[in-house]
Design a protein around this ligand. Structure first.
Ligand SMILES: Cc1ncc(C[n+]2csc(CCOP(=O)(O)OP(=O)(O)O)c2C)c(N)n1
Ligand SMILES: [Mg+2]
Length: 678
C-alpha cells in the first residue's frame, strides 16, 4: 500500500493514527462485552475504518455527516464520549436515544451526525437537504453521506444523486464498496464495471479510491470538499474496501471465500498505516505501544463495572403509566430548531403582509394565501414540488409565488418524491421549514418510506424535529380514476409522529395550513381537489392559525350525529339542509391526528346515535377507529351501534356512474335512515 503524506505534519499523521486505531480497539472490546451480555449486537466496521475516519477528519466539525451502520469511526472522530456511546449500545435510558434505538441508528445535533434509519438509502436524500440549506444560506459547507454498495441498488440512490446534480448541491456521496451486502456478493448486486461510473450518468464527477488507505481517503475527501464548495456541485467517491467480519456481529461469514480474507488482511488499513509511520520515523515502536496503552486504559475505564444489559436499576423507570406518558409525549417536538432570519433574505417587503386579497375567496385562494403569508412570516420556508414554480403547480395553487419569493425558495423538483421529502428533512437539520406539494396525494406512495419511517420517527429516536408540511391534493368525484383520486389519510393516521389535517372550508384551510407550517412536526395536509374551486366563503385577511387537534361543531342536533371531515362535511351539511325533519349534529373533525376526543364525546352525548362518514374506503378507514373509541368510552350515551358510511372497498373507478356508486355519498341516506330507525 502506497502512502503519500503530501505536506501533512507529523502531528496530523499521528492524530489520524490514533483516530483510526481507536474504533478498532473499541470494537475488539465490544466483542468481549457482547459475549458477556453487556452490549447489543452491532455492525462491525473492522477493516473499513480508514473511510469513516479519513472522511470525518476531512470535514469541519459543524458539517453534517449521514453515517450508516458500519461507521463507528465517524462517531469517534466527532469525539462522542465513549461512555455515552456505550450507554447507547446498551439501550440505556440515558443513552443518546434513551433506549429507543439500536447500535448506530441515532444522531446527535451537537455532533452534526444525522442518524440513519435501517432502510439505508434515505440518508442520501437527507444529505441533499442539508446541502441545499448550506447553499441557500451561502455557507461554505458540504454534507457528506455514506452508502454501502448494496444500498446503491435502492431507488433512493438514483433519486438523491439526480437531485443533487440537478440542484448543484455541495454534497459528497461516499460508497463503501466492501464486497458484500449481507451475503450478496457484488456480482449479484450490479452489472456495471465500477459503481463510480454511475457518476457520469448523473452529470457529476466521481473517483474510485483505495478505501483502506487513510491518507488517500483523507486527502481525497478534503480535495473533493473544496471542489464541492467552490463549484457548488456534488461528487461521488467509491471506496474499495472489505468487510472483515460478518454482516452483523455473530451472523457468520461462511459465504465469503477464505482467500478473500487472506487477501484483504494484507491490506488492513491500520497495520499498513502503522508500518508506514514507523518506516517514516514518524513514530517509534515505543511511542506506538504508548498510544495503544493510552487508548486501552481509556476503553477499560469507560467499560469498567458495566451492568448486564437487562439490569438497569434506573431512576427513569418509575411506573408503567409514567413511562407511557413520557414516551408518547416525546414522539412530537415542541419547538422548532432555531434559525437565523438574516441568512435567507426576504423577497417581499413585510408591509405587504396584510395587503388586501386580490384573488377571491375560494378554497384554493385560501391555501395560496396561507402559503404566501407563511413565506413572509418565515424567511427560512422553502416550497418544493413538481411544476410549482413557473407553471404554478398542477392545480395552480402556487401561481404567483415564484415572482414574489424567487426560484431558490419556490423550487421545481425533478420527479422524485422520496428524495424531495428526504431533502425536506435535511433542510430541517439546518433550521429550514419546507412545504412539499404532492402533485396528487396518490403519488405520496413513492415517498412513503421517508414520511412514515424517517420524518415521523426522528424526534422520538433522537430529538431532531422534521419541520415539514406535505400538501396532499386528494379525493375523488372528478372522474380521474384509481391513481388520481385516492383517499389515503388513514395510512398516515396510523403512524405516530405525524399530524394529519383535513380542512373542509377556506377559513380552516388557511388557518390550519399556517398552523401546520408553524408546527415543528411533520404534517400531512389534505386538500380535497373537488373543493378547490367549488367552495367559496370569506376568510380572514390576517395571518391566523386554526388550532391543530380541534374539531368544529357545524350544526347542533338531537336525533343523530354525523362525525366527518373533508368532503364528508359538504355531504353531511347538504343532507342536513335537505332534511329539516331530522335534527342532525354535524361535527367536522378538521384534524385526524390527533383526534379531538372531547368534541366527539360531546356530539355523542347530544344524540346517542352516531354515523361516522368518510370518503375513504370502509375497511381500515378512520371511521373504524372512531367507532371503536366511542364504543369503549361513550357506551353509556349510545342508543344504537355506531355506524359507518364510507366508500366501497374497491379502487376508485374512472367511469362517472361507477365513481358515484363508489362514493360514500351514494349510501348516506340509507345509512341515516337505518340509524334513525334502529
Ligand atoms: C430497505 C432495506 N432492505 C433490506 C435491508 C436489510 N439489510 C440491512 S443491511 C443490508 C446490506 C447492506 O449492504 P451494503 O449496502 O453493501 O452495506 P454493508 O452492510 O455492506 O456495509 C441489508 C440487506 C434493509 N436494512 N433495508
Ligand atoms: Mg457492502
Amino acid at each position: 500500500m502506497q502512502f503519500n503524506r503530501n505536506n501533512l505534519s507529523d502531528e496530523t499523521l499521528i492524530e489520524l493514527f490514533k483516530a483510526i486505531l481507536f474504533p478498532r480497539m473499541i470494537e475488539e472490546k465490544m466483542l468481549l462485552l457482547l459475549r458477556q451480555g453487556k452490549v447489543s449486537k452491532w455492525f462491525s466496521g473492522i477493516g473499513q475504518e480508514a473511510i469513516s475516519v479519513g472522511a470525518a477528519f476531512a470535514l469541519q466539525p459543524d458539517e453534517w455527516i449521514m453515517p450508516l451502520h458500519r461507521n463507528l469511526g465517524v462517531f469517534t472522530a466527532r469525539k462522542m464520549p465513549l461512555p455515552d456511546l456505550i450507554k447507547q449500545w446498551q439501550g440505556a435510558p440515558d443513552g443518546y436515544s434513551k433506549g429507543r434505538e439500536r447500535s448506530f441508528h441515532f444522531g446527535s445535533r451537537e455532533h452534526f451526525i444525522c442518524g440513519m434509519i435501517s432502510h439505508l438509502g434515505p440518508q442520501l436524500s437527507v444529505a441533499d437537504g442539508a446541502a441545499l440549506a448550506y447553499k441557500l444560506k451561502k455557507e461554505e459547507k458540504i454534507a457528506l453521506v455514506f452508502t454501502g454498495e448494496g444500498g446503491t441498488s435502492e431507488g433512493e440512490f438514483h433519486e438523491a444523486l439526480n437531485v443533487a446534480a440537478v440542484w448543484d448541491l455541495p454534497v459528497i456521496f461516499i460508497i463503501e464498496n466492501n464486497g458484500y451486502a449481507l451475503s450478496t456478493p457484488v456480482s449479484e448486486q450490479y452489472r456495471c464495471q465500477n459503481l463510480v461510473d454511475r457518476a457520469k450518468g448523473y452529470g457529476m464527477e466521481g473517483v474510485q479510491i483505495d478505501g483502506n488507505n487513510i491518507l488517500t481517503v483523507y486527502d481525497t475527501v478534503k480535495g473533493v470538499r473544496d471542489y464541492c464548495i467552490k463549484n457548488q456541485k456534488p461528487y461521488l467517491i467509491e471506496c474499495l474496501t472489505f468487510r472483515m467480519r460478518g454482516h452483523e456481529e455473530a451472523s457468520g461469514t461462511k459465504y465469503v471465500p477464505k482467500e478473500m480474507f487472506e487477501q484483504w488482511i494484507e491490506k488492513d488499513p491500520i497495520k499498513n498505516y502503522e508500518r508506514f509511520l514507523i518506516e517514516q520515523n514518524v513514530l517509534t515502536n515505543i511511542e506506538l505501544a504508548a498510544i495503544r496503552d493510552g487508548l486501552k486504559n481509556y476503553i477499560d475505564q469507560s467499560t469498567a463495572g458495566l451492568n448486564h444489559m437487562h439490569e438497569f436499576s434506573s431512576p427513569f423507570f418509575q411506573s408503567n403509566q409514567e413511562i407511557s406518558k413520557r414516551e408518547t409525549e416525546e414522539v412530537y417536538a415542541k419547538e422548532t430548531v432555531s434559525f437565523d432570519d438574516n441568512k435567507i433574505k426576504f423577497h417581499e417587503n413585510k408591509e405587504t403582509f396584510f395587503a388586501p386579497l386580490e384573488r377571491g375567496n375560494r378554497f384554493i385562494d385560501a391555501i395560496r394565501e396561507g402559503l404566501r403569508q407563511s413565506m413572509i412570516a418565515h424567511p427560512n420556508l422553502i416550497l418544493m414540488g413538481q411544476d410549482i414554480a413557473e407553471y404554478g403547480g398542477a392545480f395552480k395553487i402556487t401561481e404567483g409565488l415564484l415572482g414574489k419569493f424567487g426560484k431558490e425558495r419556490v423550487r421545481n423538483t425533478p420527479l422524485c418524491e422520496s428524495a424531495v421529502i428526504g431533502a425536506a428533512l435535511g433542510l430541517s437539520l439546518e433550521g429550514c421549514k419546507s412545504v412539499v406539494e404532492m402533485q396528487f396525494a396518490d403519488f405520496v406512495s413513492v415517498g412513503f418510506n421517508q414520511i412514515v419511517n424517517n420524518l415521523a420517527k426522528i424526534h422520538y429516536r433522537w430529538e431532531q424535529n422534521a419541520d415539514v408540511v406535505i400538501r396532499m391534493p386528494t379525493g375523488a368525484g372528478v372522474g380521474a380514476g384509481p391513481f388520481h383520486s385516492q383517499s389515503n389519510e388513514a395510512w398516515f393516521v396510523h403512524t405516530p409522529g405525524l399530524k394529519v389535517l383535513y380542512p373542509s372550508s377556506p377559513e380552516d384551510a388557511k388557518g390550519l395550513l399556517i398552523a401546520a407550517i408553524n408546527d415543528p412536526n411533520p404534517v400531512l395536509f389534505f386538500e380535497h381537489k373537488a373543493l378547490y374551486r367549488s367552495v367559496s366563503a370569506d376568510f380572514p385577511e390576517e395571518y391566523y392559525e386554526v388550532e391543530i387537534g380541534k374539531a368544529r361543531k357545524l350544526r347542533v342536533g338531537a336525533d343523530i350525529s354525523i362525525i366527518t371531515y373533508g368532503m364528508g362535511v359538504i355531504w353531511a351539511m347538504e343532507y342536513a339542509d335537505a332534511h329539516p325533519e331530522i335534527s342532525i349534529d354535524v361535527l367536522d373533525l378538521r384534524t385526524l391526528l390527533p383526534l379531538d376526543y372531547k368534541a366527539i364525546r360531546n356530539s355523542v352525548n347530544n344524540t346517542g346515535k352516531v354515523l361516522v362518514l368518510h370518503e375513504d374506503t370502509l375497511t381500515g378507514g378512520i371511521g373504524g377507529e372512531i367507532a371503536a373509541w366511542i364504543a369503549q368510552n361513550c357506551f353509556e350515551f349510545l342508543d344504537a351501534p355506531v355506524m359507518r358510511c364510507a366508500s366501497l372497498d374497491t379502487p376508485v373507478p374512472f367511469n362517472t356512474d361507477l365513481e358515484k356508486n363508489f362514493l360514500a355519498k351514494s349510501r348516506l341516506d340509507e345509512m341515516v335512515q337505518k340509524l334513525i330507525h334502529y
